[in-house]
Ligand binder design. Structure first.
Ligand SMILES: NC(=O)c1ccc[n+]([C@@H]2O[C@H](COP(=O)([O-])OP(=O)(O)OC[C@H]3O[C@@H](n4cnc5c(N)ncnc54)[C@H](O)[C@@H]3O)[C@@H](O)[C@H]2O)c1
Ligand SMILES: O=C(O)CC[C@@H](O)C(=O)O
Length: 524
């Protein structure tokens, strides 16, 4: 049974996929109200009100996924979630249209002084000339951040007869051409635009992206809009430029502090505002709730998510290609870790054969998580595997090769410590399953599932018999046994599997046998 905490107001109809699922309990409570039971939740669903800090994450040791019903994840400490192995997903396009429409409504309201006119009439006035506005037609609209929302605004601006200038360092010339917009640097855009609207995420680079220094290069009388995140236009600088009438007016849906109690921008008539309503439509709220509900469900069922912030995005099609090897590499990592009784300096993997014509990075993450899972206490998974390896100074190598050692596909993993190294090879055969086919250069074949004993010994009569006898005397049943050697009379290996893990006592007894070089227990 998975327990999901819905901590913000998320549209209940959108949560239907989770409500319909079996083995899922959905609890709608604010964090403060759920304080006593935070440790029980597997998933957390939020909008922008809940601040998902590292402190909160630490109070939720069972948490596996954080879902943001919306686009911006600036209310979530993503690095902390990553460190704790928690997947973060969002709903990237469910509210695009609503936010673009809201921005457009704000633009029209700004240009025609609609909120001011509205208040004036309600106050019993009829001041027509005081609210003379400007047409949008023929004006130059500067869009800063040409992603999903920026793109929708550009389309609407074109229909209004506006000339669209955009600044986005990541915009390709192809997309600019398709949208029929002029791509400029910020320095080029600012002096040309009559109206500027920002649609970037809030990051360390975009905080204060528009400030008094560069806004002074704008035309006097420019209009500014921020329906993205508070702080992209520096609030103090904006206040100063509005007082000077250098900026004629600003439309703000978002603020650095929300609600913006005491914010001096609210004192100015030239500022029109809404309480972070960009995504507040029935349609957008249904879309984002459905998107994240589906993502959480898919994730809890063990399938790949499409909109993760801290995992490589992987499509269903891609996952079908990756899936057969996903568990195999994790088990190979686990074998490597359990057989290396010392610190690990290096993990390298080669994906051999025709099968690996896809992005193998998720497989490498699965391998690394397999290595560390048996060594670390906390959560270890594909989300934090690379970070854990980096923190421990472990070098990771990944190669693709055409050589599959006679198999259709073959994954070779080497785990190196200060003094030793272990080489493992595995393959996957359709309708047959995964097998380990070589350990330390010894050909062998076993299914990597269950409790194992790996014994390296001298190849001579009696060794296998002795092992069998000691186990038999203590009524330990051998489930399977595989042997391998490189040459007669040299070193050889045995891999035995048991229904239960081998006891310490039995391990010691076997270890005392003559002609045994070393042995390891593994649970896979
Ligand atoms: N007001 C609301 O209710 C509301 C609703 C939805 C989204 N938002 C905000 O709008 C933002 C944009 O949403 P989106 O769906 O268009 O996101 P998106 O990821 O599709 O687009 C963001 C664009 O910003 C660009 N960008 C990044 N850094 C930049 C920089 N330094 N300078 C210029 N451009 C830069 C990116 O290249 C990208 O094209 C979100 O991050 C969110 O914070 C607000
Ligand atoms: O939850 C909301 O209404 C705001 C969402 C919006 O800011 C977003 O980033 O998607």
């Amino acid at each position: 049974m998975y327990r999901i905490l819905v901590a913000d107001a998320i549209k209940p109809e959108g949560l239907e996929p989770l409500l319909q699922a079996s083995e899922i309990e959905l609890i709608q409570k604010k964090i403060e109200e759920a304080e006593e039971s935070l440790h029980e939740f597997d998933a957390l669903l939020v909008r922008s009100a809940t601040k998902v800090t590292e402190e909160l994450i630490e109070k939720m040791p069972n948490l596996k996924i954080i879902a943001r019903a919306g686009v911006g994840v600036d209310n979530i400490d993503v690095p902390a979630a990553t460190k704790h192995g928690i997947v973060v997903v969002n709903a990237p396009d469910g509210n695009t249209i609503s936010t673009a429409e809201h921005t457009f409504a704000m633009m029209a309201a700004l240009a025609r002084h609609i909120p001011q006119g509205h208040s004036s009439v309600k106050n019993g006035e009829w001041k027509r000339s005081a609210f003379t506005g400007t047409e949008l037609y023929g004006k130059k609209l500067g869009i800063v951040g040409m992603g999903r929302i920026g793109g929708e605004i550009a389309k609407r601006a074109k229909v209004f007869g506006m000339d669209v200038l955009v600044f986005d360092p990541f915009l390709t010339s192809d997309r600019a051409k398709k949208l029929n917009v002029t791509s400029l640097s910020l320095e080029e855009l600012l002096p040309l635009a009559d109206i500027i609207t920002v649609h970037t995420p809030l990051t360390s680079e975009t905080k204060g992206l528009l400030n008094k220094d560069n806004l002074r290069t704008c035309k006097k009388g420019v209009y500014l809009l921020n329906c993205a995140r508070g702080g992209i236009i520096d609030e103090d600088d904006l206040y100063e430029l509005l007082l000077e009438n250098h900026v004629a007016g600003a439309a703000l849906d978002v603020f650095v502090e929300e609600p913006p109690a005491g914010n001096k921008l609210l004192e100015l008539d030239s500022v029109i505002t809404t309480p972070h309503l960009g995504a507040s439509t029935k349609e957008a709220q249904f879309n984002v709730a459905t998107q994240v509900a589906q993502e959480v469900l898919v994730f809890l069922e063990g399938n790949p998510v499409a909109n993760s912030i801290n995992l490589p995005a992987i499509s269903k099609e891609q996952f079908e290609k990756v899936q057969p090897y996903y568990q195999l590499v994790k088990q190979m990592g686990s074998i490597g870790s359990q057989c290396m009784k010392e610190g690990i300096n290096e993990i390298s993997v080669t994906y051999g054969g025709e099968a690996f014509h896809f992005d193998t990075s998720i497989l490498t993450k699965s391998l690394i998580s397999g290595v560390f899972k048996t060594r670390l206490d906390g959560p270890v998974n594909e989300v934090n595997a690379l970070l854990i390896a980096k923190e421990r100074g472990v070098t990771i190598g990944e190669k693709i090769s055409t050589d599959a050692y006679g198999y259709a596909n073959c994954i070779s993993v080497t785990v190196k410590g200060d003094n030793r190294q272990l080489d493992i090879r595995g393959t996957h055969v359709e309708n047959y399953g995964s097998r380990i086919v070589s350990l330390n250069g010894f050909n062998i074949e076993f299914l990597p599932e269950g409790n194992f004993l790996y014994i390296q010994h001298t190849d001579q009569p009696g060794v296998i018999g002795n092992v069998g006898r000691i186990l038999g005397d203590d009524e330990v049943n051998i489930a399977t046994m595989q042997v391998g050697r490189k040459q007669a009379g040299g070193e050889a290996i045995m891999v035995l599997s048991f229904d239960k893990p081998l006891s310490d006592e039995m391990f010691e007894k076997l270890n005392e046998l003559p002609d045994i070089s070393f042995m390891y227990r593994m649970s896979l």
